[in-house]
Ligand binder design. Structure first.
Ligand code: SAH
Length: 267
């Protein structure tokens, strides 16, 4: 048996079973990694989030058991505790368990917490990267995320405040963005008023902004606007969830860049 005590998480716990946390990418199955395709194809049980597209699941063995644990069809999402228990029970039974998560398993979406809980039970966890939605969204606009004339870095941040009230401090993030960092905001649509108000503390209303819904999928929609019109764009029904919000000067050249996406329009 391998010694995993160095992690400090699993001291004295025998290791039984294995789960692969696999990044399903932003939606387009062509953006899956080879490693992900192989793991999905080998799996006997797959636990699947709601942002994972059917094209990705087409790589699963037809005999595999597929359990949807997201909020499909307006149903409530499966309790996290149930997902954790199902994963560990199946892994202990010797099943080849794949936990398929949208984008990258460790970029938001609580993959880190799932991995910690599995490892604490002695279950081995393999993590397979996926292309995160923020990268796919920016690329779909034809924007080079860190074009050196506009940005020297990028901040991936969630717009979703935690239940304990811990929320991003938007004025501070705006100050960072003003120094040449692009903001890529996940889960920002419902809180868009708060995001806009906070960012206007340190960024001009004319700062370029964009919303990209269903990035990389055939139903992708995008909307180019400014920080000053961001919340109105969501309210006017241009874009809903799931979407990425992008704010920063790196979007400046977007209209002059070639793009194959229909429907790109400026507000
Ligand atoms: N682990 C995922 C993020 C999970 S959080 C990743 O790496 O992409 C869920 C949020 O991701 C959504 O609310 C939305 O903001 C974003 N998202 C996921 N898929 C998306 C897509 N195809 N297009 C736009 N945004 C997406």
């Amino acid at each position: 048996m391998r010694d995993h005590t160095a992690s400090g998480l699993t001291a004295g716990v025998a290791r039984v079973g294995r789960v692969a946390l696999v990044g399903a990418g932003p939606g387009d199955p062509e953006l899956l990694t080879l490693k992900a395709v192989r793991a999905i194809g080998r799996a006997t049980v797959l636990l699947v989030d709601d942002l994972v597209s059917d094209g990705v699941l087409a790589h699963a063995d037809p005999k595999a058991r597929i359990v949807h644990v997201g909020k499909r069809g307006g149903c409530k999402s499966t309790p996290q505790d149930f997902i954790d228990k199902l994963m560990s029970a199946q892994a202990r039974n010797g099943e080849r368990v794949v936990r398929l998560k949208g984008g990258d398993p460790f970029v938001f979406g609580r993959g880190g917490e799932e991995a910690e809980r599995l490892r604490a039970q002695g279950i081995e966890v393999e993590v397979i990267n996926g292309i995160t939605a923020g990268l796919a969204a920016v690329t779909s606009l034809g924007v080079p995320l860190t074009h050196r004339e506009h940005a020297h870095g990028v901040i991936f941040v969630t717009g979703h405040a935690r239940a304990d009230g811990d929320a991003p401090h938007w004025p501070t993030l705006a100050a960072a963005a003003a120094q040449g960092l692009t903001l890529v905001i996940y889960m920002g649509v419902t809180a868009i008023d708060t995001v806009q108000r906070g960012l206007l503390h340190a960024l001009p209303a004319s700062t370029p902004a964009a919303l990209v819904q269903h990035a990389s999928l055939p139903q992708q929609r995008q909307h180019l606007c400014t920080l000053g019109t961001l919340a109105a764009s969501v309210r006017d029904g241009h874009i809903g969830s799931p979407a990425i919000v992008i704010v920063g000067d790196v979007l400046q050249g977007v209209q002059s860049l070639p793009t194959s996406q229909a429907g790109v329009h400026a507000a």
